[in-house]
Design a protein around this ligand. Structure first.
Ligand code: NAD
Length: 256
């Protein structure tokens, strides 16, 4: 379905981003990976699906590096047709204990990076008369939790950015939407399970059960594959009238 399209998935060396990259590749899209840590393994996994794969190690907190990455995609792939803004970090502390440098990093990586990739990718999408932007927000783009002020502010901001950009492109075959996952078992969430397990002296399975029970009525983690399938739908022709939405995939979390 996506043969001939090029998708940039930021933060795709791990977790949700890698899951989405693999699902888009299964639909035939060429993939540009981004993120820290090992990228040879993820690159080989996507390449095995028979598509063209690139990698750029831009630090998403640095606008100049984002500009270099977008220039690389223009030059090596003829532009970015599908933009999945997924890179993100977390830090948990109350507002009065929140380290200012962590606040700045979360806003830069979880929110401002999406502004920079969008401002650089949208002109090409408009020129080609086709484009899809999928911003990976969170249930925390819709509701809050204590201890996550920077993350909640960034994700609410990302939902707002999504709505504005969707209105600006409403007359074109270019759509902009957000996906709001509930708990997904990735390294970002494993750290919160480990912290809970240490803090409350719980065995890891019980810490995991409690984390889910607090928020997610299905008591099941959302998976990167499910999020990949929703991304593919948002990229389909059938989704051309889905615009400016913040689509929850959260086991019922925000229905409560
Ligand atoms: P993860 O830690 O597994 O992956 C994060 C990715 O972002 C990695 O590839 C990492 O290298 C990359 N990254 C981090 N900082 C970066 C930077 N400065 N520049 C470039 N890349 C950077 O996390 P995940 O759980 O897969 O999260 C992915 C996205 O999904 C995040 O935006 C997160 O907020 C969101 N999300 C996660 C959950 C969850 O339960 N895991 C729920 C809702 C939303």
């Amino acid at each position: 379905m996506l043969k001939g399209k090029t998708a940039l998935v930021t933060g795709s060396t791990s977790g949700i981003g890698l899951g989405i990259a693999l699902t888009l590749a299964k639909e035939g899209a060429n993939i540009v990976l981004n993120g820290f840590g090992d990228h040879a393994g993820p690159k080989a996994a996507v390449e095995a699906l028979g598509v063209q794969v690139g990698y750029h190690g831009a630090d998403m907190s640095k606008p100049a590096e984002i500009e270099a990455m977008m220039a690389y995609i223009d030059q090596a792939f003829g532009g970015c047709d599908i933009l999945v803004n997924n890179a993100g970090i977390q830090h948990v502390a109350n507002v009065d204990d929140f380290p200012p440098e962590k606040w700045d990093a979360i806003i830069a990586i979880n929110l401002s990076s999406a502004f920079h990739t969008m401002r650089l990718a949208l002109p090409g999408m408009k020129k080609k008369n086709w484009g899809r932007v999928v911003n990976i927000a969170s249930t925390h783009g819709l509701v809050a939790s204590a201890g996550k002020s920077a993350y909640v502010a960034a994700k609410h901001g990302l939902v707002g950015l999504t709505k504005s950009a969707a209105l600006e492109t409403a007359l074109l075959p270019v759509t902009v939407n957000a996906i709001c996952p509930g708990w997904v078992l990735t390294p970002l969430v494993q750290k919160q399970i480990d912290d809970r397990s240490a803090r409350e002296k719980l065995d890891p399975a019980e810490a995991k059960r409690q984390l889910l029970a607090e928020k997610q009525p299905s008591l099941q983690f959302t998976t990167p594959e499910e999020l990949g399938a929703l991304t593919v739908f948002l990229c389909s022709d059938a989704a051309v009238n889905v615009r400016g939405q913040a689509w929850a995939m959260d086991g019922g979390w925000t229905a409560q």
